[in-house]
Design a binder for this molecule. Structure first.
Ligand code: A1D88
Length: 270
């Protein structure tokens, strides 16, 4: 597919999706939404991809929805867009939402936050599995200052990442949060000097791609997203079942053999 508002590249087992409207601080558009989803699902299905990086071109990650589009928004269009068809993903209903496809991506998704991350841009960063940020980045939920509410499941995602009190603060005030504060409250996993962000993010991604079992990553990711819906007993029973599958898999045999033979593993994801 020819993308209009993103760049897509796969190199050496790492797919990179770059929001690409740098002159508009990568402000979100419906075309960008279509492009990102297509690229995410293509990466998920591509056996040559083990890790996905989502980032922005230029000085911002994403400034949220493009205000020019919001200006003329027709509530009927929103109503139509919210009436989503069911996804064909064999996933639990809780993830049958507009951005619920993210947890179904079978590879780790790292948000490489190169600059301002606002509104729906922050929502997307939260749906990623890990967040690495430049230490001069600014974050804002923005919604309440635009007269909007906590959109697209951010009221569910944000407290699970930063805790209830921090989520309440960030959503009610919609204030600008520095990257230092974002790191302190757990919104981002790692802070980097801006000139080191790319190097550190890709070093982490490369480590996952080269040395971690793809099948183990896919299952661990699913386990963590399922757990809020499970009791301890259900999570344990599920883990026991997955453990039996893992123990019978070739990645397990390779993981043990490579350790014993003091050599890098050659995982196949099976
Ligand atoms: C359905 C709705 C979903 C949503 O996402 S609602 C939320 C929409 N987004 C926002 O409300 C965020 C608005 N923007 C900001 O708060 C700030 O900006 C940032 C934190 C993203 C970055 O701050 P800084 O680095 O200081 O840049 P700057 O001087 O505020 O902006 C630079 C230029 O970019 C334009 N701009 C910023 N955000 C948007 C946007 N979302 N849509 C369109 N234009 C935007 C500005 O107006 C300005 O332009 P000029 O240089 O001509 O004055």
């Amino acid at each position: 597919m020819a993308y209009e508002h993103i760049l897509y590249e796969v190199s050496d087992k790492i797919a990179t999706i770059t929001l690409n409207r740098p002159d508009r601080m990568n402000a979100w558009t419906p075309i960008m939404e279509r492009d990102v989803r297509h690229a995410m699902e293509a990466s998920s299905a591509d056996d040559d991809v083990r890790v996905i990086v989502l980032t922005g071109a230029g000085r911002a990650f994403c400034a949220g929805a493009d205000m020019d589009a919001l200006k003329g928004l027709d509530p009927d269009d929103v109503r139509r867009a919210s009436n989503l068809p069911p996804f064909d993903m064999n996933r639990r209903p809780d993830w049958q939402t507009r951005y619920g496809y993210y947890p179904s991506i079978r590879k780790p998704v790292i948000a490489m936050l190169n600059g301002a991350t606002a509104g729906i841009g922050l929502v997307h960063a939260l749906y990623c599995d890990l967040r690495f940020a430049a230490d001069n980045t600014v974050f804002t939920t923005a919604f309440a200052r635009r007269g909007l509410i906590a959109e697209h499941g951010i009221s569910w995602m944000l407290p699970r990442i930063v805790g209830h009190a921090n989520a309440m603060d960030l959503l009610l005030s919609a204030r600008r949060v520095s990257s230092e504060e974002a790191f302190r409250i757990g919104l981002v996993n790692r802070l980097c000097l801006p000139e080191k962000l790319r190097e550190e993010t890709y070093a982490y991604a490369r480590d996952l791609a080269d040395f971690v079992s793809p099948s183990a990553m896919a299952v661990i990711k699913r386990q963590l997203y399922e757990v809020p819906f499970q009791t301890l007993a259900e999570a344990t029973i599920e883990a026991n079942r997955e453990m039996m599958v893992a123990l019978a898999g070739s990645d397990f045999r390779e993981g043990v053999a490579s350790f014993m033979e003091k050599r890098p593993p050659r995982f196949t994801g099976r």
